[in-house]
Design a protein around this ligand. Structure first.
Ligand code: ADP
Ligand code: MG
Length: 259
């Protein structure tokens, strides 16, 4: 059974009289434990789609279901990691990671242990009592990932989470996410406009068309795991990257011809 089903989903924004069609006919099936990556050009509706899955936006049409149950709003069963850092600045790393568990009423000892586990998993063992302002951008995103995972979500939703990081840190974070996923096998829906990032991470890359967004195609990435940055120089990697680039190039040509 699919973990997430998106069927014929469309979204039209009404902006004071004029309508913007952000998504049209999105169809998507994500399997349990899948690391799924959606790639598409800026403005094609990626964030809109993710926000609909998160329950933060309402679809204008269509069906979205997780575990066979229709998604009606936000819930702790979906953990989110955004591009901008969303930590509470007045809480320590430990307190940030424990936050959701505290809300759920998990007792202090248990939530301390769970938080510890995820803080260690993201490599921040020595920083549990640090405040966000004392951390680099990459470290803050590690905390955000640990915090999302600590709530044991059914699914992790990530919207260009490494987009604001420098190239070197970004690579380190991609490898970290690969290790986290290999260990935890949480179902992940990851969004990016970066083709290299998509191919390095994904089991399946879903390529979106330009706005109004549709899923143009699904490309399986059979590159063996465990993967690290060395995979990016393999011939298989280049071949898949080329396929995606050509598809996105075609999209941009159609857009140019219509102008
Ligand atoms: P992406 O994440 O792929 O860059 P978005 O999902 O953010 O794209 O946006 C898709 C389209 O929908 C864009 O044209 C954007 O301007 C429009 N859009 C997004 N959110 C809103 C909103 N709240 N109101 C009106 N238009 C919006
Ligand atoms: Mg976006």
């Amino acid at each position: 059974m699919s973990k997430l089903i998106v069927e014929q989903v469309g979204k039209t924004f009404d902006t004071g009289g004029s309508a913007v069609e952000a998504l049209s006919d999105i169809n998507l099936k994500i399997a349990e434990n899948e690391l799924a990556v959606i790639v598409g050009p800026s403005g094609c509706g990626k964030s809109t789609l993710l926000n609909i899955v998160a329950g933060l936006e309402q679809a204008s049409r269509g069906v979205i279901a997780m575990n066979g149950k229709s998604i009606e709003g936000p819930g702790a069963d979906r953990g989110m990691v955004f591009q901008s850092y969303t930590l509470f600045p007045w809480l320590t790393v430990q307190q940030n990671v424990e936050f959701g568990l505290k809300i759920k009423g998990v007792n202090p000892k248990e939530r301390q242990e769970i938080a510890r586990h995820y803080i260690d998993l993201v490599g921040l063992g020595g920083f549990a009592s640090a405040l966000p302002k004392e951390l680099s951008g990459g470290m803050k995103q590690r905390v955000a990932i640990a915090r999302a995972l600590a709530n044991k979500p059914e699914m992790l939703l990530m919207d260009e989470p490494f987009g604001a990081l420098d190239a070197q840190t970004r690579l380190v974070m991609q490898e970290l996410l690969l290790r986290v996923w290999e260990q935890e096998r949480t179902t992940i829906l990851f969004i990016t406009h970066d083709i290299d990032e998509a191919v390095l991470l994904a089991e399946n890359v879903y390529v979106m068309s330009r706005r109004p967004g549709r899923i143009r195609t699904q490309i399986q990435v059979p590159i063996p795991r465990p993967r690290d940055h060395r995979a990016t120089v393999s011939p298989e990697f280049s071949a898949i990257k080329k396929e995606i680039m050509e598809m996105l190039w075609e999209e941009s040509q159609t857009a140019a011809n219509e102008k």
